[in-house]
Write a protein that binds this ligand. Structure first.
Ligand code: G3H
Ligand code: 13P
Ligand code: ZN
Length: 311
């Protein structure tokens, strides 16, 4: 099966009351860990590449690695640009074989966001590529952009119908209290998501796929391992998994997870090297790192997303 766009994936996810995992990829071990888990669990999967990942690993390397995963697994896999910030970047990914792109105009004012998003949609749809837009602003760190809590804002449900109709986007990322990175809430702060906003958005956009960014749970087990083996992440806090499970049964069809993969991989490498101080062959520590990614993704597919067996 060739790479797919997100259209059919999201239609099935919406109807089936589950979400598809969108996992960020930066190298071979991450791609292998994710797709091996998806294969074993017969789960559709979105592999997403940020501008930073593309800079780090190079467009051609990443697309060829993803093509290899498609050949190895025969799964429905979408290759998606995460947080595209310009028409040129989206165009380059579309021309270079991506099947889905996000144009993140959330930092522009409303009309400029619409104009930019529509330009990308027009280009993408002519080529069979699906487009995710964003309304509302998440707090947290994405590559070089650091959005402070004060600059973050929830999605205004009154805008979503107009935005979707005027841009033609295939899915919409909304801000309901998730945020990027490993420090989503302050110590002592009660994690909360605005399910009332999600409900109002889906009432105004019937049968329309919603996307949640910043949806890592910052799984405490891995934070503990990192801290135990020399790391310093004492205040890392994520979104409770039961909240994400609930969102997945609602209109949310795509859940973005990056930080949890980073934590799983880093915990495995730290633990391995601490326990085997003489090891210096990268395969010795990248193998458990890949296994940790696979374990994390299997857990998300079964216990959070509910997309196992949905190919
Ligand atoms: O939302 C951002 C993703 O976690 C990607 O992060 O821009 O550091 O690759 P990055
Ligand atoms: P996390 O930092 O919560 O994993 O979010 C990732 C993300 O939203 C990628 O776009
Ligand atoms: Zn994001």
């Amino acid at each position: 099966m060739p790479l797919v766009n997100t259209k059919e994936m999201f239609r099935k996810a919406y109807e089936g009351g589950y979400a598809v995992g969108a996992f960020n990829v930066n190298n071979m071990e991450i791609i292998q860990g994710i797709t091996e888990a998806a294969k074993e669990l017969s789960a559709p999967v979105i592999l997403q590449v940020s501008a930073g990942a593309r800079k780090y690993a190079n467009h051609t390397y990443l697309t060829k690695l993803v093509e290899a995963a498609v050949l190895e697994t025969d799964l429905p896999i979408a290759l998606h640009l995460d947080h595209g910030d310009s028409f040129e970047l989206c165009k380059s990914c579309i021309d270079g074989g991506f099947t889905s792109v996000m144009i993140d105009g959330s930092h522009y004012d409303y009309e400029d966001n619409i104009a930019l998003t529509k330009k990308v949609v027009d280009y993408a749809h002519e080529r069979g590529v699906t487009v995710e837009g964003e309304l509302g602003r998440l707090a947290g760190i994405e590559d070089a952009v650091n959005v402070s809590d004060a600059d973050a804002s929830y999605t205004d449900p009154a805008q979503v119908q107009d935005f979707v109709e005027r841009t033609g986007v295939d899915s919409l990322a909304i801000a309901i209290g998730t945020s990027h990175g490993a420090y989503k809430f302050k110590p002592g702060q009660k994690p909360q998501l605005r399910f009332d906003i999600l409900e109002e958005v889906s009432r105004r956009l019937p049968n329309f796929p919603i996307v949640l960014h910043g949806a890592s749970s910052v799984v405490p087990e891995f934070v503990e391992i990192i801290n135990q083996y020399g790391g310093q992440m004492p205040d890392a806090i994520g979104i409770p998994e039961e909240m994400l499970r609930q969102a997945a049964t609602m209109a949310v069809c795509k859940i973005n997870i990056d930080s949890d993969l980073r934590l799983a991989m880093t915990a495995a490498v730290r633990k391995h090297l601490a326990e085997n101080p003489s090891h210096f062959d990268p395969r010795q520590y990248l193998k458990p790192a890949r296994e940790a990614i696979k374990g994390m993704v299997s857990h998300k597919i079964v216990d959070v997303l509910g997309c196992n067996g949905k190919i």
